[in-house]
Structure formats: C-alpha cells, structure tokens
Design a binder for this molecule. Structure first.
Ligand code: CS2
Length: 435
C-alpha cells in the first residue's frame, strides 16, 4: 500500500468519526451539543490545548462545567490557518501523553468554536462582549505583552499600541480587543469579565492588568479606571512540557489511527496553581480537575520559573551549542546532568522560599526525571527562542539574588555566556520549520 493510500484510509477527526477511533483512544463521553461557551481563549497554541483545554475537558468528562466551554481566538492573520484546521475537525484536539513507559491518547472536546479572524478584530470583540463570557484567557508568549522585561514598563510607544490607542474600536492587539469588549460591556451593563493570563511569566495576571489598564488609559481614562476597579486578573503558575508538533509527531498520531492535522504531544505531568480571584467568584471548579486554587501564587511561580525554566534555558543553549537536538539528549550526557543538578543545589534552590509543603530538592529531582523522559522530543532550539524575553525571570532574578548575597553564580553565568554565544552565532540561521 502506498503512503497516500494509507493516509486516506484513516478518516479525518470530527464529531462523526470520533466514536470510530481505535478503542484505546479516550474520547469525550459528554454530549458536545450540550456545551455552552463561558471562556474566550486568545492564542490557540499547543500549550493551551494540552493544559487549560485539558482541565476543562477533564471537568466535562466528570459531568461538570458544561457551560464553561472554550471559544478559541487569535489576532494575527496567520492564526487563520490554525482556525481552518480546527474547524475542519469540529475543534477536537488529539492529545498524546508520552510517559517513559508508554503513551495514552485522548481526544479533547472542550473547545466549541473559533472566532473568525478579521483585521479590526470585530468578531472577537463581539464574542467577548456577550454576557455568557465570564473569563477571557490568553497565551500570547512571554514577549507578547509590550512590557520591557527588565524595567517592567509598558511600551506605549510601540507601533501596535499606538495604533490601538488611535483606533480603540478597531484594534490590532489582543489587549486592544479586550479593552474594546470591556467598553461595550460597561456601556451595555453586562459588566466586567475576568482577564486571566496563562503565560509563563512571574505575576502574569499583574502584567496583564498593567497592559490592559495602561492601554485603555491611552484612549479612555474613565474606562481604564472602570477596568481597574471591576475586572480581576488572577496570577497563575502553569506547567506542562509540550514540544512543538513536527512531521514526526504528525506521523506518530497517524500511526495511532487518527487523522488530526494539529495534534499535540505532551509529558505525563501538569500543574496549574491559580490565584482564586475571579469576577463575582464565577469560574469552573478547576480544583476538581486537579488545579490548585490558592490565595497567593508568588512562591509557586518563582519556584517553577527558576527551577524548571532556568535550567531548561541553560540546558537549551549549552545543549544546542554542544550539538544536542533535545533536552533528553542533553541530560543524557553525565556532564550536563551534573551541571543541571549543581545549578539547582548550589545556585537556584538557595535563592528560593518554597511554597508551603514543598521540598525543593524533591521538586528538582522530579524535574530531572521529567527531562529524562526519552519519549519527549523537546527541541533545544525551541526553548532557546526569545531568550531576551525569557532570561530575566528565569535566570537573571536568581543571579541578582546571588549577587546581593555575595554568593557564586558561575553555573548561571555559563548559561548566560551560552545564550550570548548562541545569539551571536546562530540566530541568522533558518530554524527548522514546523510541520
Ligand atoms: C520551555 C517552556 O519553551 C520553553 O521555553 O522552557 O515552554 C517549558 O516547557 C514550560 O514552561 C513547562 O511548563
């Protein structure tokens, strides 16, 4: 049989075909026709679908949260390609969980629509203005917030922001669209929504608040005050290792008997710690799906960003320069493994106050086991991207602490040197293209 014939033998993923998937594939057991939207999510990358969308799906599998389905959204022209692929498969996503001992496959159905992408973001603004939408969540990457990572000031002179300030009813950015929707909701009496960042940043909610309030202030100071007084911006710590989908992951999913154009692979670990601060307390019962609802996430965020992302970036630059393709390949070299362990024990852990009940050496050991998962092909160049946006919270804050306390930071200094070497030598190269 030719490869083409084999591909066409697998029916495309959709509501109609989902029940015909191989019997070991877990599928939604709830009636997707009975779901109603409660959340708009902007930024439909792999991370969102392996993390937040899974938590909601888990609740739906338990017979809950049927009015908290997700409407997907994007603000960039290139998001249209993703929208069309998901539309063709009724917004279903195949998640392949890769553990060191095997894999489990699950089709997630918590997303029920994806707003058409238009230059003035009209459909997105109209969707967010609807009364049933109680929460708007985002994953727009660390660098997507128009905040200087070092001074932490809002870049109001950025051309996108200047454009949104001049065209508040037809903005370009996700933040401009949220401000426009909040204006409609204030004027119509629908009221505020919760604005929840799911990006990997220290104080992601506070950062989102800073951006939204400042941006609104550029065109409508009264609205800015109303948003500051009425919306909530919970901080959260998000965690799941989710590699990019390349032709290898596509082939894996196809071999499993599923024809999904945009599947996601991820590790067998997830964590979501959320500050319990939602407008009118309205939110899904995420704790029932394993999320931790807490009063203050600061120590969780700091622990995760410094211990996980700090070593991830260090291994990514040094590993890439040493010719390693993945984090697994890098930590399989005993020298890099020792380097990583030393970063934790000598530099990172001493800089942290752990969240109550957490033992940091155990946390680090669990991270090392996650990095050593041979099934996860997390590419060093993928983690190396956007270093100038990532390193401040991942590495520089630890270095600042160590400097202030007169302690050595030579392991992290080596990581910074590797970043410089990587940036100088390799950023002119064409990176491998995603499938
Ligand atoms: C990684 C993160 O790509 C990267 O920069 O360090 O995406 C990492 O996999 C996640 O933060 C894990 O939760």
């Amino acid at each position: 049989m030719t490869e083409k014939m084999q591909i066409s033998a697998v029916p495309s993923l959709s509501n109609k075909t989902v029940s015909k998937l191989p019997s070991d594939v877990k599928i939604p057991i709830y009636d997707r026709n009975n779901l109603a939207a409660g959340i708009v999510h902007i930024g439909l990358g792999n991370f969102h679908r392996a993390h937040q969308a899974w938590y909601l799906h888990r609740l739906m599998q338990q017979g809950q949260a049927h009015d908290w389905a997700i409407i997907g959204a994007g603000v960039k022209e290139f998001d249209e390609g993703q929208r069309l692929k998901l539309l063709a498969q009724d917004f279903l996503t195949t998640l392949v969980e890769l553990s060191p001992v095997g894999r489990t496959v699950e089709v997630v159905g918590s997303m029920i629509d994806y707003v058409p992408i238009e230059a003035d973001n009209g459909p997105l603004i109209a969707q967010m203005a609807k009364p049933e939408i109680k929460i708007v969540t985002l994953t727009v990457t660390e660098g997507g917030y128009y905040i200087d990572p070092v001074s932490k000031s809002f870049d109001s002179s950025h051309p996108d922001i200047a454009y949104d300030a001049a065209h508040p009813e037809a903005p370009k950015t996700a933040f401009g669209a949220m401000v426009a929707a909040l204006r409609l909701r204030r004027d119509s009496g629908v009221g505020p929504f919760t604005c929840q960042s799911c990006d990997n940043l220290q104080g992601n909610g506070a950062t989102l608040r800073q951006v939204i309030v400042a941006l609104a202030g550029l065109s409508d100071p009264k609205l800015s005050k109303w948003i500051a007084a009425n919306c909530s911006f919970p901080n959260s710590m998000v965690d799941c290792i989710v590699p990019a989908t390349t032709s290898k992951e596509l082939a894996l999913v196809h071999d499993l008997g599923i024809s999904d154009e945009v599947p996601v692979t991820h590790e067998d670990f997830r964590q979501w710690v959320i500050e319990d601060n939602f407008v009118n307390g309205e939110r899904p019962d995420l704790a029932a799906a394993g999320a931790q609802m807490v009063d203050d996430v600061t120590s969780f965020e700091r622990m995760k960003l410094r211990c996980l992302n700090g070593t991830h970036s260090s291994l990514a630059y040094l590993g890439y320069l040493a010719g390693y393709e993945t984090i697994f390949d890098t930590v399989s070299n005993p020298d890099f493994a020792r380097y990583c362990q030393r970063l934790w024990s000598a530099e990172i852990i001493p800089s942290l106050n752990p969240p109550e009940g957490t033992n940091l050496p155990d946390y680090a050991q669990a991270l090392f086991e996650r990095y050593s998962n041979p099934a996860i092909r997390h590419l060093t160049w993928q983690i190396a991207m956007d270093g100038s946006q990532k390193l401040p919270q991942r590495i520089m804050e630890t270095v600042t602490y160590l400097l202030k306390n007169g302690k050595s930071f030579k392991g992290l200094a080596l990581a910074i040197a590797a970043w410089i070497q990587y940036a100088v030598s390799y950023t002119h190269l064409t990176l491998p293209t995603k499938a």
